[in-house]
Design a protein around this ligand. Structure first.
Ligand code: AMP
Ligand code: ZN
Length: 113
């Protein structure tokens, strides 16, 4: 999608600190990290949020979830981590391209804010 920030990052049109990518996903450092490790995993396909997924996306979403552990290992996280996906206004989703926040290397509290 031409005016999407995260599509721009996935297409290498907008600079970012990419830590991993393949034909399906891109993972890069969050510009405002909320933990010592804070990366965003996005599908290269533009999907605005979980609300916009279809049955065709099942394999892609499963692929993303199974890739999380590899990214966690790559980033040197050893003692647990948090995966967050903000969807819609109440969750304060600011970028309308589906993404997983992967956060680690600190203790997290529950419930989240
Ligand atoms: P959300 O609020 O869940 O939609 O998350 C959007 C995230 O994207 C925030 O944590 C931002 O800090 C992050 N972000 C915004 N612009 C960029 C960028 N250019 N590069 C990396 N991360 C970004
Ligand atoms: Zn996009």
């Amino acid at each position: 999608m031409s005016d999407c920030l995260f599509c721009g990052i996935a297409n290498h049109e907008i600079p970012s600190e990419i830590v991993y990518e393949d034909d399906k996903i891109c993972v890069y450092k969050d510009i405002q990290p909320q933990a010592p490790v804070h990366v965003l995993m996005i599908p290269k396909k533009h999907i605005a949020s979980l609300d916009d997924t279809t049955d065709e996306d099942q394999e892609l979403l499963g692929y993303m979830m199974c890739k999380v552990k590899d990214i966690v290992k790559l980033m040197g996280i050893t003692d647990g981590y948090r995966v967050v996906s903000n969807n819609g206004d109440d969750a304060q989703q600011t970028v309308k391209h589906l993404h997983l926040h992967i956060l680690g290397k600190r203790k997290f509290t529950w419930p989240p804010g």
